[in-house]
Design a protein around this ligand. Structure first.
Ligand SMILES: O=C(O)CCC(=O)C(=O)O
Length: 400
């Protein structure tokens, strides 16, 4: 009897198991379970048992072995999850993050071995990628790449009770741009011109024509994200700005985010962008460049803050109002006192409380409306405030 495809993706195929199994080392000893940090002694026997279940059968594990693997995955994930959430993130040991990644890997493999629909296996891979640390040459990224094409290309679900858009005081059109405050625009400058006039003196500039050939300029839209990545789990920031008390983060699928809030690990999208050539003027390797995606509805605000690297902020669709302040003005910008928010100003740039922050008026700024196809160069530690004027997608490249 022919099987019909499931709405959550077809997982019940020997060919799929063979493909997935080929991502793992051939022999059991090859899967060393080496961890880069201390974990409690009770963990290693659990990891070894899970490995033995995987390698116990010549082909796909039988139902009983798949069920046992699933139970071990649950235990490994639950136990390491406690450790991941026991204190500040920077103090979480890499070993525990790797245990979590193994738990997700074994769980995803158990799903495939059991022939279940693949959406849960993909979710487990995404959780491992987001919260775990890479194991086995980043096997979770390779596994999700193998599973994802077998999932149906989802359209955004009809919104079932739309969530409110970013809260906070509704803001109208952006302030009029005064010529003396405008960030200069330049069309495809040569590397030397960019280096001598903007990078070395650390002056912001909007670059035009540099990203016209990137495939994302033609391809990307909300529908496209739902098609290629609708089932992928991503961290979503909820709230108008991260300094608000009601701000929070939640993990959800791209489709749910789009259907609930609109109406940032996904390699298909990375293929549609290019690292700007100007990054070669830096001292770091290309692999050290951090690429972040910023996708959100109109009204989303990134409060005035600074980052420790050079930044190219490339606008793919939608418009953003952006204001920049020089690091020399830091004192007039009233950074938060807490260590964690020390890179963020306390001032609401478009509605400053001048009684509390009187020196804010002394800080000179430059601004622009960043349009699709434009790239803004934000020098190291330059303070930047960003407000999306409409549904918007940008990609930033942090480089040194
Ligand atoms: O586009 C945004 O909302 C924020 C961008 C940003 O802060 C950055 O690229 O560092």
């Amino acid at each position: 009897m022919a099987r019909t495809g499931s709405a959550e993706g077809e997982g019940d195929s020997p060919a799929l198991w063979a493909e997935v199994r080929a991502l793992l080392p051939r022999a059991e000893e090859g899967l060393t379970l080496a961890l880069s940090g201390e974990v409690e002694d009770c963990v290693l026997p659990l990891l070894r048992r899970a490995r033995a279940l995987l390698y116990g059968a010549a082909g796909r594990p039988e139902a009983a072995a798949a069920a046992a693997l699933e139970r071990l995955s649950d235990v490994l994930r639950d136990y390491s999850w406690e450790k991941l959430n026991a204190g500040p993130w920077r103090e979480v040991g890499k070993g525990w993050r790797q245990v979590y990644a193994y738990g997700c890997l074994f769980g995803a493999l158990a799903e495939v071995a059991a022939g279940r629909p693949l959406s849960r296996a993909v979710r487990l891979c995404d959780l491992g990628l987001l919260m775990g640390a890479a194991v086995l040459d980043n096997v979770l990224a390779r596994l999700v790449r193998a599973l994802q094409p077998r999932l149906p290309r989802a359209a955004p679900r009809a919104p079932d009770g739309q969530r409110p858009l970013p809260s906070g005081r509704p803001r109208g059109p952006p302030p009029a741009l005064q010529p003396h405050e405008a960030i200069p625009h330049l069309r495809c400058p040569s590397l030397e011109h960019f280096r001598d006039n903007y990078l070395l003196p650390q002056r912001p500039v909007v670059l035009e024509g540099v990203m016209d050939h990137w495939p994302c300029m033609k391809k990307w839209s909300v529908d496209y994200f739902c098609q290629v990545a609708g089932c992928r789990t991503v961290p979503v920031e909820l709230g108008a700005r991260y300094t608000d008390e009601e701000w929070s983060q939640q993990l959800m699928t791209v489709s749910d985010f789009v259907s609930q809030y609109i109406m940032d690990e996904i390699p298909e999208l990375k293929e549609d962008i290019s690292i700007p050539d100007y990054c070669c003027l830096g001292e770091g390797e290309e692999d050290d460049i951090t690429i972040n995606a910023w996708f959100g509805p109109g009204g989303t605000i990134s409060p005035l803050h600074q980052d420790p690297q050079q930044n190219f902020l490339a606008q793919v669709f939608g418009k953003k109002y952006i204001r920049l302040y020089s690091p020399q003005d830091s004192e007039n910008l009233y950074p938060h006192e807490s260590q964690i928010l020390h890179n963020t100003s306390q001032v609401d740039v478009e509605d400053p409380d001048l009684v509390k922050f009187p020196n804010f008026t002394k800080a000179a700024f430059q601004s622009c409306i960043l349009m699709p196809g434009q790239i803004l160069f934000i020098p190291v530690k330059y303070w930047h405030y960003v407000r999306s004027l409409e549904l918007s997608f940008s990609v930033s490249f942090w480089w040194s």
